[in-house]
Design a protein around this ligand. Structure first.
Ligand SMILES: NC(=O)c1ccc[n+]([C@@H]2O[C@H](COP(=O)([O-])OP(=O)(O)OC[C@H]3O[C@@H](n4cnc5c(N)ncnc54)[C@H](OP(=O)(O)O)[C@@H]3O)[C@@H](O)[C@H]2O)c1
Length: 279
């Protein structure tokens, strides 16, 4: 699907690099099909040396030379970057934005023209090719454009299609989710230390438990409640631990956390919209 396409990245930071790695690792692109830009020449040098792709400090060169352009700069600098390159956008080019909280209409409004646009909300786990991304179509995106976006983001994990109005919820759940899991693993490791394990052993036991539990959920497709029941024997250890978690309100706390993060994403999105529209 990406054969004969040139893929360009505006911004070669964490996300840009993770996607370049995914495309090359999955043999979806050859290095000569990829070009990226960044303000930092040393960053470009590193990416060039590591992946054999082309790099430039000129954003417009990336847009001119690419069929697919991935906007991977921070949301705060989207406005100047889009204004700088928008004259080179046309309907032959697919523009994919991964900027958190930046709505599709704000990008078009900033570009001052209609675009073939897709918005994606990935998470940081794309850096280990286990990310999860939600893909939303802009009004001019065709089915083929969505499939291209899916091919790109499936190379670094899994992806689903959603309406744009659900992307704040995605940000609250899977976008911010790695932070919740890191905190939970940190707490489990503390707990392991409290009951006599070394820090290293406790951290490995906690991390691998999260990985294994996630893998079981994905591979068996069973309801988490059913898997929980499977590992909970009468009068046993797991039910004693679960009781304590319920007493501590872990379920309600997680629901509240996702809800609050979703609301925060909405509020930041409104600010970003005004910023991009220059109001
Ligand atoms: N990281 C995540 O977990 C995550 C999750 C979902 C979505 N996203 C979105 O992904 C996008 C990229 O995030 P990131 O974590 O990869 O950020 P990042 O590591 O800061 O990467 C952005 C890169 O763009 C460079 N840059 C700054 N100004 C530029 C310009 N005018 N032209 C070209 N490049 C420029 C930055 O250089 P300097 O460092 O020198 O500024 C940096 O190397 C953001 O919009 C973010 O909202 C990130």
């Amino acid at each position: 699907m990406l054969r004969n396409k040139q893929v360009g990245f505006l911004g070669a930071g964490n996300m840009g690099e993770a996607l370049i790695h995914g495309l090359l690792h999955g043999h979806l692109c050859k290095p000569e099909q990829i070009i990226c830009s960044d303000v930092r020449p040393e960053r470009l040098k590193l990416i060039r040396e590591k992946y054999g792709v082309r790099g430039t400090t000129h954003n417009s060169e990336v847009v001119k030379q690419s069929d697919i352009i991935i906007l991977a700069v921070k949301p705060q600098i989207m406005k100047p970057v889009i204004e700088e390159v928008s004259k080179y956008f046309d309907f032959n080019k697919l523009v994919i934005s991964i900027a958190a909280g930046v709505p599709l209409d704000a990008i078009e409004s900033c570009a001052g023209k209609e675009l073939k646009l897709v918005r994606v909300m990935p998470n940081i786990c794309v850096s280990v090719r286990e990310g999860v991304s939600a893909i939303s179509a802009g009004r001019h995106a065709q089915k083929e454009d969505l499939m291209i976006a899916k091919t790109i983001f499936d190379s670094v994990g899994k992806s689903i299609f959603l309406e744009e109005n659900l992307l704040d919820a995605v940000t609250g759940l899977s976008g911010s989710g790695p932070a919740y899991i890191f905190l939970i693993v940190d707490a489990l490791a503390d707990a392991g230390v409290k009951v006599g394990l070394s820090r290293d052993d406790a951290l490995l036991l906690a991390s691998q438990t999260v990985l294994g539990a996630a893998k079981m959920l994905i591979e068996t497709r069973e309801h988490p409640g059913k898997l929980k029941d499977m590992v909970t024997s009468p009068g046993g250890t797991a039910i004693a631990g679960l009781h304590t978690l319920e007493q501590g309100g872990v379920r309600t706390t997680l629901i509240n956390a996702v809800e609050v993060a979703t609301q925060r994403s909405k509020a930041l999105g409104e600010m970003m919209k005004n910023n991009l529209k220059g109001t």
